[in-house]
Design a protein around this ligand. Structure first.
Ligand SMILES: [Zn+2]
Length: 309
């Protein structure tokens, strides 16, 4: 079975007013590397549908969704969320709807056994968005929308979400903290934006704060010791991934020192657990990753493992 690569042209229309690291060129860089790497024959492309309001409301408050819809600015204008650099422009909402819709489609395809694995190449990213807030370049929590869809529409009872972005997945944690149907594991640089996650106490949340300059060897040993055994014991029916590649050595957004081989290793551990517990079902969702070359290469390393299914 091929890995489904889900995206939509609208995801490239979302744009900040000037130079911003979370830019449309990120998706183009991934596309370029897909071609350069020769991995294309193992992928099947699908267009993301827009997420429905009902699907969004499983994890977001109606008032937040309404406010985003009402606040879409006219051409050439932007509003910011979080008082900072999370921009909403004229096309941002349609991009965000496709980004979340991609993950819903990925979950539907994997749970219908059309494929075992899916990767959603989408933006804006999602893991910093909570029920009633957007922040950190995120509007809707794409991976959470997908996990909730797996639980509510497909009746699953155990979904694991593993977030290896260099930033803590605070939004995903906020949405699922205390929900025993979801096991959430997030590895992240600490102390660092968004300055959360180091002192969470919840049975279903595994946070792995790690210092700046963490390299692949250090990350692998912490993940192997503190995440994988709990993931194995959870016996997930679906593994979802918040796949952020901003911990790459060449990525200036943060200070981890990971390389493509580390993302390949991480993906393989999850892939093996998925193989043992849920017939290899994995849905992965792009989060961060801002050095264009490193992002493209790292996504290919990730996809090479997924495409073995
Ligand atoms: Zn990040």
């Amino acid at each position: 079975m091929k890995t489904f690569f889900i995206s939509h042209a609208d995801c490239a229309l979302h744009r900040a007013p000037s130079d911003h690291p979370e830019c449309p060129e990120r998706l183009a860089a991934i596309d370029d590397q897909l071609i350069a790497s020769g991995i294309e024959p193992w992928l099947r492309h699908r267009e993301a549908p827009p997420v429905t309001r009902d699907q969004l409301l499983r994890v977001h408050d109606a008032a937040y969704v309404d406010a985003l819809e009402a606040g879409v600015p006219e051409h050439g204008r932007w509003v910011t969320l979080d008082g900072g650099d999370t921009y909403v422009g004229e096309h941002s909402l349609q991009a965000a709807l496709r980004a979340a819709g991609a993950v819903v489609l990925g979950v539907d395809l994997v749970l219908a056994n059309v494929t075992h694995t899916a990767f959603c190449a989408v933006r804006p990213p999602g893991h910093h968005a909570g029920r009633d807030y957007g922040m950190g370049f995120c509007l809707f929590n794409n991976v959470a929308v997908g996990a909730a869809h797996a639980l509510e529409a497909h009746g699953l009872s155990r979904v694991a979400i593993v977030d290896f972005d260099v930033h803590h997945g605070n939004g995903t944690e906020d949405i699922f903290r205390g929900d025993p149907r979801v096991l959430f594991c997030s590895s992240f640089q600490h102390p660092f934006y968004p300055f959360s996650g180091a002192d969470t106490h919840s049975e279903n949340i595994i946070n792995l704060p790690m210092p700046r300059d963490t390299d692949g060897a250090a990350l692998r040993s912490v993940v192997a010791e503190r995440c994988l055994p709990l993931l194995e014991a959870f016996r997930p029916e679906l593994i979802m991934v918040s796949a952020g590649f901003d911990g790459h050595l060449e990525d200036d957004m943060a200070n981890f020192r990971l390389v493509e081989a580390d993302y390949e290793w991480l993906t393989r551990q999850l892939y093996d657990i998925a193989g043992r517990h849920c017939e290899g079902r994995m849905v992965s969702v792009l989060e961060g990753g801002y050095n264009l070359s490193a992002l493209g290469r790292s996504v290919v390393a990730h996809l090479k493992v997924l495409a073995e299914s």
